[in-house]
Write a protein that binds this ligand. Structure first.
Ligand code: MN
Length: 198
């Protein structure tokens, strides 16, 4: 994925990655973090994905943002409602991970919008479909109740519309049949993204 994203960058194209396992994001983030030294990853997810490794695998969906952090990016995590003690300790030990948990989205949307508007430099957006409430998008690897509405994600994406968005992914869609609502929601978020970029 990193090689392919590098080819797209060379052609002056913006990568849009569709998954599948969240580890798909790290190839794109590796490529873009080498091109842009001040990359910020805006990460929508129910989970932090900051495990050092998961069942012995460093390139697991549960470790993808740990690898991104190692690549030197600033992280903004939005919609978090499940994490481990290890992950929380890791966040406390570093300076460049900003967290907006699910209650922040419900109660402090203005603060999140203000934060996003003031991000300097290029932005990569990663959306794990499990950030959406499983009542709306049930077909994901790790369904986690108490999630976001589509409109809340769209409000925050719109906030980024004047930013330098250099790449985007929607991952963890695990639909098993045509017409599955999770895939429809994922397609809508991709469409939303396409309206944001020049
Ligand atoms: Mn997740």
């Amino acid at each position: 994925i990193e090689d392919t994203v590098n080819e797209l960058i060379d052609l002056n194209l913006k990568p849009l990655i569709i998954g599948g396992e969240h580890s798909a994001s790290i190839g794109a983030i590796n490529a873009l973090s080498k091109k842009y030294e001040n990359l910020t990853v805006v990460h929508f997810d129910a989970h932090r994905d900051l495990a050092f490794e998961f069942i012995g695998e460093k390139y697991s969906h549960a470790a993808v943002m740990r690898r991104a952090h190692e690549a030197g990016v600033d992280l903004v995590q939005i919609g978090i409602r499940s994490s481990s003690y290890e992950e929380e300790e890791f966040v406390k030990s570093t300076y460049n991970i900003q967290t907006f948990k699910i209650n922040d989205v419900h109660k402090h949307m203005d603060a999140i919008e203000y934060y996003l508007i003031n991000i300097d430099g290029p932005i990569y957006i990663s959306i794990d479909m499990d950030v959406i409430d499983p009542a709306i998008a049930p077909s994901v690897g790790n369904p986690t109740p108490g999630g976001l509405f589509i409109s809340e994600v769209e409000t925050l994406l719109k906030t980024l519309s004047n930013k330098n968005i250099v790449g985007f992914d929607v991952v963890e869609t695990a639909s098993d049949r045509l017409g599955d609502n999770t895939a429809v929601v994922a397609a809508k978020l991709i469409y939303d993204f396409l309206t944001l970029i020049e």
